[in-house]
Design a protein. Structure first.
Length: 278
């Protein structure tokens, strides 16, 4: 059953299910931190490469939000992002900026970025909602319990999928009350952000409930720890097969965007899945 067809969703400007390629320009992200840090030309070329591979969106982050990560000053975040955003400005890519900071959002939007991906669901910076309201961008609202420093300290839920559903429902309502239309909102249940592996599995097994919120759904499963917990404790780089399996399961539940480090592998798997289900 294709659950997404049961609920009418807004058109985002690109076909779904879509592949979002990850570009971290941080020194400390959990999987690829440091690979593109302080290397703007290499980062720009990699964004273009992912686009040519078939990535529908490039999601660029300059602040790690891995468990235990320390916050980055917005001025430093902007300094890291500036050469990448300006270097891609006229390349006709769908660029998403992964940030919790209103000043970073404004800089990005002023320079042609069309998507803001906020892992705090606008909780981190009170001014963020006004920046989003003043723009026409798409907004990703992600669920996270606590913050990167505290989120993995014994996270507890009554039932994780239901608790997250109501959290996102309230966030959508708040956005609508503040003039941000629902058709601009993408929701992300936040796999690995303040959840145990048991919680992550519960969420994946109940993804269909999130369609009732009427928004496109993004899922970020790429190289996450729950994959190795279910397998043989592999390091992040060795979790690609498990990522593909989890992504295909999510696509079967009607997810609209999969966020991945490994674009070529994810796209190939998606294309085969689409061909076989026709």
């Amino acid at each position: 059953m294709n659950f997404s067809k049961s609920f009418k969703k807004p058109y985002l400007g690109f076909k779904t299910p879509a592949v979002m390629g990850i570009l971290n320009i941080t020194p400390d992200s959990f999987s690829d931190g440091g690979k593109y840090f302080s290397k703007p030309v290499i980062a720009i070329n990699n964004a273009i490469k992912m686009h040519k591979m078939g990535a529908d969106i490039i999601d660029i982050g300059a602040e790690s939000t891995r468990p235990g990560a320390l916050p980055v000053n917005p001025e430093i975040e902007i300094k890291r992002l500036k050469p990448i955003i300006l270097g891609l400005k006229n390349k006709r890519l769908n660029i998403s900026i992964d940030t919790r900071n209103s000043s970073t959002m404004k800089f990005a939007l002023d320079n042609g970025v069309k998507i803001i991906n906020d892992v705090s669901a606008l909780n981190h910076d009170p001014e963020s909602i006004n920046v989003i309201k003043a723009s026409k961008c798409l907004l990703v609202l992600m669920h996270m319990r606590g913050n990167p420093q505290t989120m993995q300290k014994e996270p507890k839920y009554n039932f994780a999928p239901r608790d997250i559903y109501y959290f996102l429902k309230k966030k959508i309502m708040k956005c609508e009350k503040n003039g941000i239309k629902k058709n601009r909102i993408i929701i992300d249940p936040g796999i690995g952000f303040g959840k145990t592996s048991k919680h992550n599995i519960q969420i994946l097994q109940n993804l269909r409930i999130f369609h009732k919120l009427g928004c496109n759904i993004l899922i970020g499963l790429s190289r996450k720890r729950f994959i190795s917990d279910l397998s043989k404790k592999e390091e992040p780089i060795d979790r690609i097969p498990g990522t593909i399996a989890a992504n295909q399961y999510a696509l079967e539940q009607g997810v609209d965007i999969i966020r991945v480090h490994d674009v070529k592998e994810a796209l190939q798997a998606k294309l085969i899945w689409q061909a076989l289900k026709k």
